[in-house]
Ligand binder design. Structure first.
Ligand code: PLP
Length: 398
């Protein structure tokens, strides 16, 4: 018998969305005309001015290790950004960059929570939070959001708080629902965090992808006592279409940042020097490409929400952020296609992939079944075709 793996691997699972991306790539390679509605990154290229900065960094031999928290220039730009956009003032030693927001959140979890601690996670939630909490040795505690508009359910959160609560991870604008949490909910959450003394990890990676006049509110901007308990996480992947460059950052109390740096120094060292230079330029440059992208996403969102709600039995809240919608598909569960029985959203997504050649993500991946996540990070022409296929495939279920 082969040597066994650690016990940890009995309780830890890889990202289902990453697995789906690999599966869809393989089907496309086999020549299947799949339309991807499972995409978690902008379908836009990284803006040219940012790419040029990356190429310049290579030409200048800016290709070595950097300080673990990132180059000074980048941290200075992040400090300015947080002040101007979010109304929060941080010192340079209260910022660290890392290998994407993903790694920063995971490191932060190691720093703030461990065995015996509970971390609240409003669900549906991004696929990685649960495993990150578990990897840190702590216990994830799921709290459903409101089902009508996917806003935080503050009463449910209050009820879920125990003496073991060490933190909560929130994501606004939200993946997978697209909801933008209201300032009112965030203020109430902040009061609870101060009263019960727990951390708020505020994942603001979709901050700039916001529509219809909705406003992003950074919880750390409320007061010093809230800021002291908040770890604001952001990055370059979504706003600047830089998913492959791997730059994210956290802003928090100096001791929290020192802890994150310690974890990183023993695991990743720092993110790519080249990417850091590109990220400086992303923040310094004109934000025109971002505006163009947001205008396009807004058009697609309106189209997708309207189309989905026009399909019999489908309800889809008109959310205001990110590039996802999270429609309820429950009226189609329990139906069949020939011998094929569709019991769950997992079955439905597999059916849609096999029969309609569209890839979507089942709500089970985000801890809330009965729904699916549809990403509108795809061309309008593809979205139209995909929704035609979706509607036809649903109509074929009896
Ligand atoms: C909610 C959320 N947070 C963090 C990330 C990770 O971003 P990064 O590419 O900066 O690691 C993602 C990426 O899909 C995300 O959806």
């Amino acid at each position: 018998m082969a040597t066994t793996l650690s016990d940890r691997m009995n309780h830890f699972s890889g990202s289902p969305t990453s697995a789906l991306i690999a599966k869809v790539a393989e089907l496309k390679r086999q020549g299947k005309d799949i339309i991807s509605l499972n995409v978690g990154e902008p379908d836009f290229g990284t803006p040219d001015y940012i790419k040029v900065a990356g190429m310049k960094a290579i030409a200048d031999n800016f290709t070595k290790y950097t300080p673990g928290n990132g180059i000074l220039e980048l941290r200075q730009e992040i400090v300015k950004k947080l002040k101007n956009d979010n109304g929060v003032e941080y010192a340079l030693n209260e910022i660290t960059t890392g290998v994407g927001a993903k790694q920063v959140i995971s490191s932060a979890m190691m720093v703030i929570a461990g065995p015996g601690d509970e971390v609240l996670i409003p669900i549906p939630c991004w696929v990685s939070y649960t495993e990150m909490v578990k990897l840190a040795g702590a216990t994830p505690v799921f709290v459903p959001v409101r089902s009508d508009n996917y806003e935080l359910d503050m009463d449910a959160i209050e009820k879920a708080i125990t003496p073991k609560t060490k933190g909560i991870i929130i994501c606004t604008p939200n993946n997978p629902t697209g909801a933008v949490y209201s300032e009112e909910s965030l203020r109430r959450l902040a009061e609870l965090a101060v009263e019960h003394d727990f951390f708020i990890v505020a994942d603001e990676i979709y901050e700039k992808l916001i529509y219809d006049g909705a406003k992003h509110f950074s919880v750390a901007s409320i007061s010093q006592e809230v800021k002291d308990r908040t770890i604001t996480v952001n990055g370059f992947s979504k706003a600047y279409a830089m998913t492959g460059w791997r730059v994210g950052y956290a802003a928090a109390r100096a001791d929290v940042i020192k802890g994150i740096m310690a974890v990183q120094s023993q695991t990743t060292s720092a993110t790519s020097a080249i990417s850091q230079k590109a990220a400086v330029t992303a923040l310094q440059g004109s934000q025109h490409d971002l505006e163009v992208m947001v205008a396009e996403f807004k058009k697609r969102k309106d189209y997708v929400v309207e189309r989905l709600n026009s399909i019999e039995g489908i309800t889809c809240p008109d959310v205001k952020g990110a590039f996802y919608v999270y429609p309820d598909v429950q009226p189609y569960l329990g139906k069949s296609f020939g011998d094929r029985k569709i019991e769950t959203a997992v079955d439905l997504c597999q059916y849609l992939l096999d029969e309609a050649l569209i890839s979507t993500v089942p709500g089970e991946a985000y801890n809330v079944p009965g729904k699916i996540r549809i990403s509108y990070s795809n061309s309008m022409a593809n979205l139209k075709e995909a929704l035609d296929r979706f509607e036809k495939a649903l109509a074929a279920l009896k």
